[in-house]
Design a protein around this ligand. Structure first.
Ligand code: ATP
Length: 295
């Protein structure tokens, strides 16, 4: 299956500021793809380029295996900035305006309101909505015309925890219904909770990309000690799958390849006649992994 979006070697400068430096990755169909990075890392610029709002200086991208950009655009719903809804109009009437601007039929409104869980509140004024409901309506406007892909820039910015949870649930639901969703976010937590895939940007460079569970895989560290530390070090150097041995206060910290856990380390030591006096698994949080990558 060709990727929904393929980005190849995109670079973009604003005068002396190089916002993107040769960024390439593919967005698989059916994914929730997070573009993750701190402020100023180039996320919004990348979304602007893929939506033909900005021109790249170098590189190219293709949607749906190579459709023309004009054709592709019809299949993409996007929310880069909060739309200017009228406070005194109902959800229904606000969507009427959005539908007219986008030249979509009015019949689509009910479907979209149902999709974002606002059908029962369609006649309520926009000003009576919670922050989460307002954002759901904005996503609803982006869903007019039944796009195959939804592109969202920082969809939970400015929301309270309840609003954040609502939007997270909505993204999951839309994805289950078959939509591919591309989200720019500076929040690791958001990406970890809803995204299937991630690309991590730092100052315009792509650091890593791939399935979330691979890219943000928590790396367990195993801490060990034994009465004869010298013998322990020599023994561990001979164990397959140990990537790094770091001495730390009468202990060694082991960085292991996937599949090597505390049991395997313990078994190996016993097989070499070593009885461990200390064995501890230290979980490396995703947060610290992200900080390590972006700082
Ligand atoms: P944020 O979340 O803060 O919007 P971002 O990751 O989306 O950050 P961009 O907005 O794409 O990053 O900005 C990338 C870099 O390009 C930053 O250094 C920013 O200051 C710069 N930049 C963005 N837009 C412009 C512009 N119109 N003119 C000049 N520099 C710009």
């Amino acid at each position: 299956m060709p990727p929904i979006l393929s980005i190849q070697n995109i670079s973009k400068s604003y005068g002396p500021v190089q916002a993107l430096k040769g960024v390439s990755f593919d967005v698989p169909e059916g994914s929730v793809y997070g573009i993750l990075g701190p402020n100023g890392s180039g996320k919004t610029t990348l979304l602007g380029i893929m939506l033909d709002v900005l021109l790249a200086n170098e590189g190219s991208f293709s949607w749906f295996g190579g459709s023309s950009h004009a054709e592709a655009r019809k299949q993409i719903g996007s929310l880069l900035e909060t739309p200017n809804f009228y406070h005194y109009l109902s959800a229904y009437n606000n969507l009427e305006i959005s539908a007219a601007i986008k030249q979509h039929g009015l019949a689509d409104r009910e479907r979209v309101l149902r999709q974002v869980g606002l059908l029962e509140r369609k006649d309520s004024k926009f000003q009576s909505f919670s922050l989460g409901m307002k954002q759901r309506l904005a996503i609803g406007a982006a869903l007019l015309g039944s796009p195959k892909v939804l592109v969202l820039d920082e969809p939970t910015n400015g929301l309270d925890p309840a609003g954040i949870a609502e939007i997270r649930e909505l993204i999951r639901k839309l994805n289950k219904e078959g939509l591919t969703v591309i989200i720019a976010s500076h929040l690791l937590d958001e990406v970890e909770k809803v995204c299937t895939h991630v690309a991590i940007l730092k100052r315009g460079n792509l650091l890593l990309n791939g399935p979330v569970n691979e890219v943000l895989l928590s790396e367990d560290q195993i801490e060990i000690a034994a009465p004869d530390m010298n013998n322990l070090r020599i023994t561990m150097q001979s164990m397959p799958g140990i990537k790094k041995i770091t001495p730390a206060e009468n202990k060694f910290q082991l960085l292991c390849e996937p599949g090597i856990d505390a049991i395997k380390v313990n078994e190996y030591c016993i097989s070499k006649g070593i009885i461990l006096s200390h064995l501890l698994i230290k979980k490396k949080s995703l947060e610290s992994k992200f900080m390590e990558l972006t700082n």
